[in-house]
Design a protein around this ligand. Sequence first.
Ligand SMILES: [Fe+2]
Length: 440
Amino acid sequence: MKKQNSMTKLVSTNGLQYAGYVAVAKTRAKVLKVFSYVIPVRRPMLFVGETSCDELCDMLINEGSTNVFIVTDSVLNKLSIPAKVIDYLKAKNISYKVYDGITPDPTFKVIEEGLRQSVAAKCDSILAIGGGSVIDAAKMIAMAQGNNCQPKKLIGILKARKPSVPLYCIPTTAGTGSEATLGAVVSDDTTHQKALSIDPRMVPLAAAIDPTIMKGMPAHITADTGIDVLTHALEAWMSVNASVETDYYAASAVKSVMHYLPVVYKEGGNLKAREEMGIAAHYGGIAFNKAGLGYVHAIAHQLGAYYSIPHGRANAIVLPYVLEVNREASKKRLAELAKKTGMIKDGQAIGNDRDIADHLITQVRDLINTLNIDPTVKGMQASDFDHIAKAAAKEVSDTYAVPTYLSASEIKNILTKIKQVSDERVDTDTDTDIKGNKVA
Ligand SMILES: [Fe+2]
């Protein structure tokens, strides 16, 4: 049986213990706010458009790189996604080495191997071409190489003493916004528990949002990652640590996702929509870098760890429930967001803040339905809910600044609702033959 730490003990339905949990969490949120506004965080230089990869390579060369370590994964490498960049570097007589060993949720072993190869090849810059896992791994490799240390030494907050090796990123998905953030997640090789490294020097020097790189992304991944963007923006917007600055990026991302995600889901080759989603992902990353996330991510992280569902889909499943429980505390903010992002049309009278917040939640639900995202989690066990609820509550208390704090039983209510939907779907789906065809 897992040992409970002092924080998880606090999270219970007992009123006094719950009050203690909220008090500790609110204090931490205030500390986080001070940190986020005292410590300067650089923004990557951003190149956007069909020639943005070339522009990023030009910057890399002008900054003095002569030997580039390209970090990617084997799927992208087989699809020749890095070829466009490699061809450009070759034409400019720049040396390079490709490491395509990054796996989803990269482990220390995967990152250590990348570090070993980059050092052995005497590479002087790191270029990540991939999704969130690739970019996080590249951040760790660049930071470890710059500090001449093992990646494990960088776990925690501000553990590095020196800057990273110059890092550049070309995201291939519009989701995590990792190219804009100051953190990287690494999984333990045996326990698969996730560890976080946070340092402003981890932010890349530049990123390229190239819609031609993203256009081949399958529709279901486009949908999952797009809802991840929406969740980053909504949680940053609802955070009590939100500011004028984070509001700008969060609202811009929400507006783009609501408009362009359905478009790009249907028309994967629509470059305008791909580009707008890429920018939205970047903006979402900037927003949550300072304002933080909330219960959607806290619960989704646990669903991913326990039941192996993709991060974006887990967010899509949890998001409507958390919006519902936040509605009372956040109705004014949600109404403001709905008006700002065009969810309320001119002259459309739909009542007070609560009604407008309801309208926003309905539109988010409708978007998730339009994207045909599976709302079920296979293998959910009620016996897991205690640990999931406590771990999610701890993540919120440790790292986020949420508008309303949930007790363990309130989190378990959300899990129970998701399980009910999942069980009902399984019952319906069993009316099929051995080949999966529906039986009349
Ligand atoms: Fe996320």
